[in-house]
Write a new protein. Structure first.
Length: 412
């Protein structure tokens, strides 16, 4: 017997009974983002490795441990995209979007890849949706993108969601704070995890995100960035909070909030769900005012976020809805199959969901198949050329002309 194959570790198949939920989520996102003027785009599944090393940051776990990187036949180093913002910003620069009216408001969805330890809702190939507002430093943009995320989880009905809000300040303004934080970490370095000790000089903020018991104790009395914001950054943060309040978006201030990517500045945020346990985040983001210039573009402020599709679906924890069809066409003889094919094509082009029997079943078998696919009605084409339409829930049946079926189906 030939060897059977399984999906690689950390990946998964999305079978038809689960696709309905994903499609519904994406339709909801398209509707919400479209109302606010966000246009959808796509970027390649792999990029030059240097894009993520420069954009995401060499000190991050993503770059150090999690990227799927390979060399192509031309000797170029390529990486399966681990996140969406750097590719969108690369496209913004490459295609001269800075010449368009600003801000450029973009949305995206697709698969992403990280070599993580697989667990519930977290996989090595996962899917995200996200938005980016590029070309404005206004706190109005911060409030808008956060509100879009909030609208999405509310419309989807995700329970137990909390918005945590923080600020990292601007890159220039937080230098003094970072030196103070480094000094605090150095003074108690023997209590820190090896990973945090290795990153004291290059990314001390990541210590706030550590689960290591000793590190958590050290960070309990560490200086907090929100208390060290300069006047401009503090005013920006106050305006964001005020605007979110005006939009009736509830939030909690988290002075220890950090993000796993180096490009963030000023406003950062995380949406967490209490149904997901320790790994509670369903998505988040923030402002990244220096990223586009790091990628060779002009100085361009921007803000955005990404949400995990699998994380949202796990939080919803809903039964997949049973598939359904408007109509099943059954035939009482071989000579009616050509007629069924022609009629099904006509009805599908008119927007009706229709199936016909493809397996040569008996009339009884065809009726069972109509039940399996949850068809609302079954049209039976009889051998003598007549036709009858059955309501599957009630069993009510009537003689009809096939030409009238479209009008009957649409009459509901």
């Amino acid at each position: 017997m030939a060897e059977k194959f399984k999906a690689p570790r950390g990946t998964f198949d999305v079978l038809p009974d689960r696709m309905t939920q994903r499609e519904s989520l994406l339709r909801t996102a398209h509707r919400i983002f479209g109302r606010a003027g966000y246009d959808w785009m796509m970027t390649p599944s792999f990029e030059d490795t240097a894009l993520f090393e420069r954009g995401v940051g060499k000190s991050t776990d993503i770059v150090r441990k999690e990227m799927f990187t390979f060399e192509d036949k031309g000797g170029r180093s390529l990486t399966l995209r681990p996140e969406g913002t750097a590719p969108v910003c690369r496209a913004y620069v490459e295609h001269g979007m800075h010449k368009l009216a600003q801000p450029v408001k973009l949305a995206y969805s697709g698969p992403f890849f990280r070599h993580e330890r697989p667990q519930a809702g977290r996989y090595r190939q996962f899917h995200q949706i996200g938005v980016e507002a590029i070309g404005t430093d206004s706190p109005l943009a911060d409030a808008e993108v956060i509100t879009l995320f909030n609208d999405l989880v509310e419309e989807l009905g995700v329970p137990g969601v909390e918005l945590r809000l923080g600020s990292l300040g601007s890159i220039e303004a937080r230098r003094e704070y970072l030196e103070e934080l480094k000094s605090h970490l150095r003074s108690r370095s023997d209590e820190l995890s090896d990973d945090v000790k290795d990153r004291i000089e290059i990314n001390p903020l990541r210590a706030f995100d550590s689960d290591h018991p000793g590190t958590k104790e050290v960070m309990g009395d560490a200086p907090q960035l929100l208390e060290h914001l300069d006047s401009s950054d503090a005013e920006h943060f106050e305006q964001v909070k005020e605007l979110l309040g005006a939009a009736s978006v509830e939030f909690t201030i988290d002075p220890t909030l950090v993000r796993g990517l180096d490009y963030y500045t000023r406003t950062i945020f995380s949406f967490v769900c209490d149904r997901l346990g320790a790994q509670s985040e369903i998505g988040g983001g923030g402002r990244y005012d220096g990223l586009i210039s790091q990628l060779g573009g002009p100085d361009t402020p921007a803000i955005g976020w990404a949400a995990g599709v699998e994380r949202i679906l796990l939080a919803l924890d809903e039964e997949a809805p049973a598939p359904s069809r408007d109509l099943f066409i059954a035939v009482a003889g071989e000579q009616q199959r050509t007629r069924a094919v022609a009629l099904a094509g006509e009805l599908r082009r008119a927007g009706v969901s229709v199936e016909i029997d493809l397996a040569g079943r008996s009339v009884k078998g065809q009726m069972k198949q109509a039940d399996r696919i949850n068809a609302a009605r079954t049209l039976m084409l009889e051998e003598d050329g007549t036709a009858s339409l059955r309501e599957m829930k009630t069993g009510r049946q009537q003689q009809v002309e096939p030409a009238d079926v479209l009008e009957l189906v649409r009459s509901d």
